[in-house]
Design a protein around this ligand. Structure first.
Ligand code: CA
Length: 502
């Protein structure tokens, strides 16, 4: 009898343990400012990203995934809380994230997950809800990055993408499969000022990157505020800090660039000079003017950006390989995403913030063997507030009522299930890069936006005008659409409990 009881207990323990292990691990690989235009799975015309593509091929690619507020801190706060900026309190960069509030890592920890975050955090207060964390102070550095840790500051030589990947791989190698885990690996790249690592300093040297059709946008036929931006490749990029032309008379942000260069080892600095020196000399001798100069700036900018992306894709590849090697691929959800999109010369811009497609969109690819059919394409309108409830549902944890997003799970299990018809967007900053606060909605075809400062409304027909070059808000043919979009906007503002500024 005793033996039977003992065997029964062992059996029950094994069942219980097996159930615990069945909860999927979550590996959230995240970068900063990586636009879908620079991911080959999304049809990039300018680069290849074989490792990010692998996640899409073996899992799902979300074709219409958007942020709530297109800037670093606010997007991260929306991901952690599953809520819009006005509900999680982090509306603008420079705000402080309330570390006491509900976040999905805290809730995963409650249901038995081991949790860790490495890399860029950028929320003004230290991470909470993590068993292990090592994050950059502020934006972090490309070379020899500083990390804040619970034990104090650490400085690690090397290139930030590789160093952060090393931290993630070290964490993975120490998992004993006794508990499910959440790993957030968050790169600084390819954020401004786009400093490539030693491996890719000369990648793309012998090619010309295709220009976007809207590189020379004149901002006509839309709100007047567009033309007042301060994020133009032409006028607002600095020669040294942004474009790496050392010794140029343009000294904007030069002290920052000098401090970044001082972080390099002598070998790294030598490789940097060998890569940029001759190219810079040729540029200065050419004495380019007008559109030729803008075209040169575009090439230098986008190549540096893509060189940073290449390092990120390598990091993704190293993580995928490590999961295979450790036997963790089968029971893990692997995600690649970025906090918002970015302008790679579209509308003459770099940076983000505007509700325009290039920065409103976020890449999202996800692999979950046995749960997501390889090669799945999701066309429904998803948003970064949907990540938290999805992770919680996958972990069989309760989803708190205060979460505003919807779990992505039904998109895999019931593709015909009812889903939202429009997403709400709200950018609150009033000064950064000359972009005024604005808000709006985007449905499957149209986008309505209001710029309160100038009280201008724009309506765009994305089907007829995918580059968003003309507002049709005052076109009588669109009167019905305009009324319907206003009504949808009011509905969404009520739904999300938005304090309207109208
Ligand atoms: Ca960002």
């Amino acid at each position: 009898m005793k033996l039977f009881r003992f065997s029964f207990c062992v059996l029950m323990f094994s069942v219980w343990h097996g159930l615990c292990q069945a909860k999927p691990n979550v590996i959230f690989i995240f970068s900063d400012d990586h636009a879908t235009q620079a991911i080959s799975a999304y049809g990039s015309k300018i680069n290849r990203t074989p490792n990010i593509d692998r996640i899409a091929r073996e899992g799902a690619l979300f074709e219409a995934n958007f942020c709530t507020n297109s800037i670093c801190g606010p997007s991260r706060a929306s991901i952690l809380t599953g809520k819009h900026s006005h509900k999680n309190g982090f509306k603008s960069n420079g705000n402080r994230f309330d570390p006491e509030q509900m976040t999905f890592p805290k809730l995963l920890k409650k249901v038995g997950y081991r949790t860790a975050v490495f890399g860029k955090w950028h929320l003004g207060t230290n991470p909470t809800g993590f068993d292990q964390w090592m994050v950059y102070p502020g934006q972090g550095s490309y070379y020899k990055p500083d990390y804040i840790t619970p034990e104090g500051k650490k400085v690690i030589p090397g290139y930030s993408v590789e160093v952060t990947t090393d931290l993630a791989l070290d964490f993975l190698s120490k998992q004993k499969k006794d508990k499910p885990f959440l790993l957030m690996c968050q790169y600084k790249a390819p954020h401004r000022n786009w400093m490539p690592g030693p491996k890719y300093l000369t990648k793309y040297d012998d090619v010309s990157i295709p220009e976007p059709e809207t590189l020379f946008d004149d901002y006509s036929k839309r709100a007047s505020v567009l033309g007042k931006h301060k994020m133009g490749i032409d006028a607002h990029m600095s020669f040294f800090y942004d474009l790496k032309v050392e010794g140029h008379e343009d000294k904007r942000y030069a002290k920052y660039m000098s401090s970044f260069l001082r972080r390099m080892s002598p070998e790294q600095r030598k490789a940097w000079d060998a890569a940029y020196g001759p190219k810079n000399e040729a540029f200065l001798n050419a004495d380019l003017q007008g559109k030729d100069l803008v075209r040169w700036k575009y090439q230098r900018y986008v190549k540096d950006y893509l060189r940073c992306v290449a390092a990120v894709d390598d990091g993704v590849g190293r993580i995928l390989k490590s999961l295979d090697k450790l036997g963790l691929s089968e029971n893990s959800i692997v995600i690649y995403s970025s906090d918002q999109g970015f302008y790679l010369g579209e509308h003459g811009w770099y940076d983000k913030r505007w509700i325009y497609e290039e920065s409103l969109k976020m890449p999202l690819v996800m692999r979950w063997p046995g749960q997501i059919k390889p090669g799945t394409k999701i066309k429904k309108l998803t948003q970064n507030i949907d990540f938290a409830p999805f992770f919680l549902e996958a972990a069989e944890a309760e989803i708190p009522d205060e979460i505003q997003g919807r779990s992505l799970m039904s998109l895999f299990n019931e593709p015909e299930a009812l889903w939202r018809k429009a997403i709400y967007y709200h950018y609150y900053e009033a000064g950064g890069h000359g972009v005024p606060a604005h808000y709006g909605i985007r449905d499957e075809r149209y986008k309505l936006v209001h710029y309160p400062k100038s009280d201008e409304w724009n309506l765009v027909d994305l089907k007829k005008d995918p580059s968003e070059m003309q507002s049709v808000h005052d076109n009588p043919e669109y009167k019905k659409v305009l009324d319907s979009m206003h009504s949808k906007l009011r509905d969404l503002q009520n739904h999300y409990d938005v304090e309207t500024s109208r």
